[in-house]
Design a protein around this ligand. Structure first.
Ligand code: ZN
Length: 340
């Protein structure tokens, strides 16, 4: 979650009732047409998590990992699987959040940097609530709302690195990087991710899907798929199940939905159909407590965060994971308009 979506979210909340009604009508009409066939043709499978699971979660911003997979994280821990969470950005460029936090109409670069530190702290607290220690977390410190630019013009050292308009930084903090020369360039982010994947050897990778309407969430998918390609080239025997989640998609999740989390009605379920993980009441409550550790986010959009505390979590598998970066035009740029 995060980074400038609130204007759009607030607007969409005003239209939520109407959108929800339209969505309900749409679902009802689908059911009237083919209720029986739909039930037979697209059963929801349960995502399997065992003691052999080595799960890598890639979160564009602190809080996405709990929103999408707060239940899955608890499940991996309870079966003694291994977990690693990588945050691509600190969520530091979320102007409305910084304004609310710092009580300033025009925040300075130092305010954005401070906000990023606060969000990282919240992530540590949230994951501790889920029973996960800080050593499982990696903050790559790449630029919030800048990832899509790194897929295109700011790809290689043939030109200056991207500079965040928020923090004025052009590289992550040294302490955050695996390679000390890392700057805000696409190939540097791919390399950092490939190094993590190659070293951790996940059996399963969770990342936001390319249809997610937040520009960083969309870009995250491309970087993970590109990094997996790099790892395969070096280690052809390596494989990991690539699973995607969705956070931002029009005004989903609807407040009128049943207690379980149903997928957006018009979004593809991917190659293997929707995959769910049902949550126990206790897991649900623990997920809620973890999300509430994200105080900076709860302050500005608690209703959105709480919308993900349901009886299930939902995932899918992409049709393809073949991606070669850089690209001339980023498909994610289509989502930039909706942010400001
Ligand atoms: Zn996010």
């Amino acid at each position: 979650m995060c980074g400038g979506m609130t204007h759009w979210l607030r607007r969409s909340r005003i239209g939520l009732t109407l959108t929800a009604l339209i969505a309900l009508w749409f679902i009802a009409s689908l059911r009237a047409d083919s209720h029986a066939t739909r039930r037979v043709s697209s059963p929801r499978q349960t995502l399997s998590i065992t003691a052999d699971t080595r799960l890598l979660i890639v979160a564009p911003h602190p809080d996405d990992e709990v929103l999408a997979a707060g239940g899955v994280i608890q499940r991996v821990r309870s079966v003694n699987g291994v977990l690693r969470i990588v945050y691509l950005t600190d969520g530091e460029g979320y102007r409305e959040g910084v304004q609310a936090e710092e009580h300033k109409a025009v925040p300075k670069p130092s305010d954005y940097r401070e906000y990023g530190l606060e969000r990282k702290d919240e992530a540590r607290h949230a994951l501790r609530t889920l029973g996960i220690g800080s050593d499982a977390l990696t903050f790559l410190g790449f630029p919030n709302e800048g990832l899509s630019r790194l897929m295109t013009v700011y790809w290689s050292e043939r030109r200056a690195a991207y500079r965040s308009p928020y923090t004025r930084r052009d590289r992550p903090l040294k302490s955050e990087t695996i390679d000390a020369d890392t700057k805000f360039r696409g190939e540097d982010l791919t390399q950092e991710l490939a190094a993590i994947i190659g070293e951790f050897k996940p059996t399963m990778i969770l990342v936001s899907r390319r249809e997610d309407q937040h520009v960083d969430h969309c870009a995250a998918w491309f970087f993970v798929a590109d990094a997996m390609g790099d790892v395969f080239r070096v280690e052809p025997g390596f494989d990991a199940d690539l699973i995607t989640y969705i956070i931002h998609y029009y005004s989903w999740p609807f407040e009128t939905d049943p207690p379980r989390l149903d997928p957006p009605p018009d979004l593809s379920s991917g190659v293997s159909g929707w995959l769910t993980v049902p949550l126990t009441t206790r897991e649900m409550e623990t997920k809620r407590r973890a999300l509430r550790q994200y105080k900076t986010q709860m302050r500005v959009m608690d209703w959105f965060l709480e919308g993900f505390v349901r009886r299930s979590e939902i995932f899918s598998r992409p049709a393809t994971r073949h991606v070669v970066l850089p690209v001339r035009r980023s498909p994610c740029d289509a989502f930039i308009e909706s942010h400001h």
